[in-house]
Design a protein. Structure first.
Lengths: 249, 268
C-alpha cells in the first residue's frame, strides 16, 4: 500500500478503517510482525473479518501476492474473502482488489478476472478533459453480463470523481462513403437503355434456340428412333439408277 | 542542480514531499545519470541528508561529478551529511560468507540451487545496513530532509537476484523512507533494443509505486549533435494533479539545456 494515502482520507472514514499493513515488513526482516507474505492468509482472514458486521475488504495490491504465492492461491484468498460473510447470511459486502496488469502474465490475469464478478480496466483518457477511461465488465448473479466503457475525471485533491460519462461505441453510426462508379452509358448521343414497355416486349420474344413446350413433347416421343423424312421437291431431279448424276465430274 | 528539471517534475524548493519515490529510467542510447546527479547535488548543496547506495559506479566517480556540479561527496561525508554504501562489496561478502559456512561437497553438487534458496540474505543485510546508516544520519542532523538514492537497481537483477527479491527490497526501502520521512530516488536502465520488449516485472512494480517517473531516451530519429535526447516526466504527487511533460535536452559541460520538442536552436 502506498504510504500516506490513508491519511488523506476523511476522518469519519479513517475511524471505521482497520489497516493490516503487510507492505511495511513483507518478509519479516524487521521482526515483530504478525503477518508476512509467508503466512497463511486463509486462516488470517477468518481471524480478522468480523462475521457479524458488514465489512468490505480492500486489498492494495494483490500483485505482490500473485508474484509470491502464485495466481491460484490468490484466487483462493479472494474467493475466501467473498464467501466468508455469505456463510453467516449477512448481506455480502464487496472485496476490492488492485492489480497491476503489466506485472503479470496473461494466464494469471485471466485467472483473477474469472474469479472477480466485476472487472474495471483502467486506461489513459481518450480526451484531455478527463483523467482516464475504463472498461467495466460486470457479471450479475443472474447471469447477465454488462459491458460499459466510461471516462471519468478526478478532482485535484484525488478524493472525488466529479464527472463520469459513458463512451458510446461508434460502430454502425459512421456512414460508409458511397462508392461512385462512373456510368459509361450516361452521356451518349444514342439510347442504350430500355423503357419498361420495351423490356416487356423483349421478354415475350421467343428465342430461336429455345424449344417450345409442344415441340419438346414430340421430341421426347421420338427420342431413340431417329428418322429422316425426305420429300423431294419438284425441282429435284432424282434418278434412282444414277444417284450421282447431279455431280459435275 | 538544474532548476528547469525541478519545474518539469513539479518539485518546489528542490525538496520532494516526504515518503515519495522518484523512478529514473534510462533507455539504450541515452544517459539518464544527469537526472540522478541533479537530485544528489541539490540535496548536498543545501546540506541535507543523503544516503547513497552505489551499484554501478565508484565513489570517486560520483565525487568528481559532484565537484563539477559544486557538491563535494568527500566534504559531505566528513560533515556527516552523506553515507555512501558500496552495495556490491556488501553483497559479495555475503555470498563469500555463505560459501565458507556451507559444506563444500553440498555446494559443488547443487551450488546454484542453494544460493537461490538463500537469496534473500544479501539484500536483507543490505537493507539492515541502510537502516543503520539512515538512523545514524538522522541522529547527527535530525531536522534536515533525507534522500535515499540507488544507482542503479537493474544491477541487482543482473547479478542474479530474482525480480520478486528486488520488489521486496524496494518495498522495504520505501517503508523505511516513509517511517523516517525521507524520499527515494531510484535509477534503472532498460534495454529495449532487443527483441524481447517485455519489461522486467520489478521495474514495472517500482513504476507503479513511484509518484514521479522520469524517462530519458535517445531520439527516435537517431543521433544528433545538438539534441542529446528526450526526457519525459510523469508526476502524480499527493494532492496535486497528475501531469505528463516531454522535453528535449542537450547536456553541456556543467549544465543541461531543455527545450520543447523540435524547438532546438539547431532545428530552427
Amino acid at each position: 500500500m502506498l504510504p500516506g494515502t490513508i491519511t488523506s482520507l476523511a476522518q469519519h472514514v479513517i475511524d471505521r478503517l482497520t489497516v493490516h499493513n503487510i507492505s511495511k515488513d513483507p518478509l519479516g526482516w524487521d521482526g515483530n510482525t504478525t503477518i508476512s507474505m509467508e503466512s497463511d492468509f486463509l486462516e488470517y482472514l477468518t481471524r480478522i473479518i468480523d462475521l457479524n458486521k458488514k465489512c468490505a475488504v480492500v486489498i492494495d495490491s494483490i500483485s505482490n501476492l500473485i508474484l509470491h504465492r502464485g495466481a491460484s492461491y490468490t484466487c483462493r484468498v479472494l474467493h475466501k474473502c467473498s464467501t466468508l460473510q455469505r456463510q453467516k447470511d449477512v448481506e455480502t459486502s464487496p472485496v476490492i482488489a488492485l492489480i497491476h496488469q503489466d506485472v503479470h502474465d496473461e494466464t494469471a490475469m485471466n485467472m483473477i478476472c474469472h474469479t472477480a464478478s466485476t472487472v474495471i480496466d483502467l486506461h489513459p483518457p481518450q480526451s484531455q478533459d478527463y483523467s482516464g477511461s475504463c472498461h467495466i465488465l460486470h457479471k450479475k448473479s443472474s447471469g447477465k453480463i454488462i459491458k460499459i466503457t466510461e471516462q471519468y475525471k478526478i478532482n485535484r485533491s484525488y478524493d472525488d470523481i466529479i464527472n463520469v460519462e459513458e463512451i458510446k461505441q461508434q460502430f454502425g453510426l459512421i456512414d460508409k462513403p458511397q462508392e461512385t462508379v462512373a456510368d459509361p452509358a450516361a452521356n451518349l448521343t444514342f439510347n442504350l437503355s430500355l423503357s419498361e414497355k420495351e423490356k416487356l416486349a423483349r421478354s415475350k420474344v421467343v428465342l430461336p434456340y429455345i424449344q417450345k413446350p409442344e415441340r419438346s413433347d414430340v421430341g421426347v416421343s421420338s427420342a431413340g428412333s431417329g428418322k429422316i423424312f425426305y420429300q423431294p421437291d419438284e425441282a429435284d431431279d432424282f434418278d434412282e439408277e444414277d444417284p450421282d448424276d447431279d455431280l459435275d465430274i | 542542480m538544474f532548476i528547469e528539471l525541478n519545474n518539469m517534475c513539479n518539485i518546489s524548493g528542490g525538496v520532494q514531499i516526504p515518503g515519495t519515490c522518484v523512478l529514473i529510467e534510462g533507455c539504450h542510447g541515452a544517459d539518464s545519470s544527469f537526472v540522478l546527479h541533479h537530485f544528489v547535488s541539490g540535496y548536498l548543496k543545501s546540506g541535507f541528508n543523503l544516503c547513497f547506495i552505489g551499484l554501478s559506479q565508484s565513489f570517486n566517480h560520483y565525487n568528481s561529478v559532484g565537484i563539477k556540479l559544486g557538491a563535494s561527496f568527500i566534504d559531505a561525508r566528513e560533515n556527516g551529511n552523506l553515507v555512501y554504501i558500496e552495495a556490491l562489496k556488501l553483497l559479495g561478502e555475503e555470498i563469500l560468507k555463505y560459501e565458507s559456512e556451507t559444506d563444500m561437497s553440498i555446494l559443488q553438487s547443487s551450488k546454484l540451487l542453494h544460493f537461490e534458496n538463500n537469496n534473500h540474505s544479501g539484500l536483507k543485510k543490505l537493507y539492515h545496513h541502510c537502516k543503520y546508516c539512515v538512523q545514524d544520519l538522522l541522529t547527527k542532523h535530525p531536522d534536515k530532509p533525507l534522500l535515499l538514492v540507488i544507482d542503479d537497481v537493474s544491477v541487482l537483477r543482473l547479478i542474479g537476484y530474482d525480480s520478486l527479491d528486488v520488489i521486496y527490497f524496494m518495498s522495504y526501502l520505501r517503508a523505511l523512507m516513509s517511517t523516517y520521512c525521507g524520499c527515494l530516488v531510484v535509477q534503472t536502465l532498460c534495454d529495449t533494443t532487443g527483441e524481447d520488449q517485455d519489461k522486467d516485472p520489478a521495474v514495472q512494480h517500482i513504476h507503479h509505486q513511484s509518484e514521479c517517473f522520469i524517462k530519458v531516451e535517445a531520439l527516435s530519429s537517431g543521433y544528433c549533435k545538438d539534441v542529446h535526447g528526450q526526457i519525459t516526466v510523469c508526476s502524480r504527487w499527493p494532492e496535486s494533479e497528475a501531469m505528463k511533460r516531454a522535453m528535449q535536452y542537450k547536456i553541456q559541460d556543467k549544465s543541461v539545456i531543455f527545450f520543447a520538442l523540435g524547438m532546438s536552436g539547431a532545428v530552427l
